[in-house]
Design a protein around this ligand. Structure first.
Ligand SMILES: Nc1nc2c(ncn2[C@@H]2O[C@H](COP(=O)(O)OP(=O)(O)OP(=O)(O)O)[C@@H](O)[C@H]2O)c(=O)[nH]1
Ligand SMILES: [Mg+2]
Length: 300
């Protein structure tokens, strides 16, 4: 008898910085979504694919759900909450703590509006005592009827295989949506832009990163296989532009060479990366700029 092939869509949701993108990257075994120690790193929905002999899981990484302070924030929260309604299983990631705040309660309210099974992932358990974890499970069990609760460390890859095992239990028989070797639907241009933004997040001080967008202006291949990429780092103030460029261009060089190395590894080809810094005042509240930078609602 032929074994049934399972498939379905799984959303990763939660507050900013809980480790959604880190977990997704570890589940698929490749870094597609950028991560950082600063909240609100992910801005768009990022789709990736995991395939093995049991079936195929399409993961949707979403921006952290938070109290939006501008139109970009509205857009991000909208993407996350919209995704909830389109999937077969929800993975809700939380910090390892017994503290349940307004943010968590807001998410519970959203979850109650859908019938989708919700698996609670208590992430970052590498940072707490093992004995503590039972308390977190107990606290969360009281606020929602979860299909399962799984303690995990996305970063240290603890219990991540168990997440896949459980997911396959909750998915039904279904078609193979993508080829065996498809990992994401993100175009290379977009991944390159995100990698540049990730390095900017890493090296710049806290105040600037949230106001940054990266656009790829040119991406072309030379006859010898080298890629020329030209990108703009967009920021909101002249003073920020100065910081991003740095003394004699040192900061921009640092961001550029770190990004170039990762883009080269991903593309398997040498890359000549040129970065420019542009100022667009208040772009995060400007519909036109938001659209230009790729933050456009699907239901528009
Ligand atoms: N110690 C520890 N750190 C983790 C773990 N998972 C993620 N992190 C760290 O938490 C930070 C946030 O991770 P991200 O994956 O960017 O979090 P996110 O939920 O995608 O954040 P947003 O995109 O901003 O919503 C990064 O510094 C990660 O390295 C974990 O299991 N243990
Ligand atoms: Mg993220």
């Amino acid at each position: 008898m032929e074994k049934c092939f399972k498939s379905g869509f799984v959303a990763l949701i939660g507050r900013p910085n809980v480790g959604k993108s880190t977990l997704m990257n570890h589940l698929i075994g490749q870094k597609i979504a950028i991560t950082s120690d600063k909240p609100q790193t992910t801005r768009n929905r990022i789709q990736t694919v995991y395939t093995d002999e049991r079936g195929q899981i399409v993961f949707l990484d979403t921006p952290g759900i938070h109290k939006a302070k501008n139109k970009l924030g509205d857009y991000m929260v909208n993407v996350a909450e919209h995704t909830l309604r389109e999937v077969d299983v929800v993975l809700w990631l939380v910090e390892p703590t017994t503290f349940i705040g307004a943010g968590e309660r807001h998410i519970v309210e959203k979850l109650k509006q859908v019938k989708t099974p919700v698996i609670l992932i208590i992430n970052k358990v590498d940072t707490v005592e093992k004995t503590e974890v039972l308390k977190f499970i107990d606290t969360y069990r009281k606020i929602y009827q979860f299909a399962e609760i799984i303690p995990v460390s996305a970063l240290k890859d603890i219990n991540t295989d168990e997440v896949l095992n459980v997911l396959f239990r909750y998915l039904g028989e279904g078609p193979q949506y993508f080829d065996d070797d498809t990992v994401t639907d993100q175009p290379m241009r977009q991944i390159a832009a995100e990698l540049i933004r990730e390095k900017a997040l890493r090296y710049l001080s806290d105040e600037i990163p949230h106001g940054i967008a990266v656009t790829i202006e040119k991406m072309s291949e030379r006859k010898n296989g080298l890629f020329d990429i030209e990108a703009n780092i967009v920021c909101e103030r002249d003073s920020h532009k100065g910081i991003i460029i740095g003394k004699q261009g040192a900061m921009l060089k640092k961001i550029g060479s770190a990004a170039r190395r990762e883009i080269e590894a991903l593309m398997g080809a040498p890359v000549n990366l040129q970065l420019w810094v542009k100022v667009r005042k208040e772009w995060r509240d400007n519909e036109l700029f938001l659209k230009n930078y790729g933050y456009r609602s699907e239901n528009e």
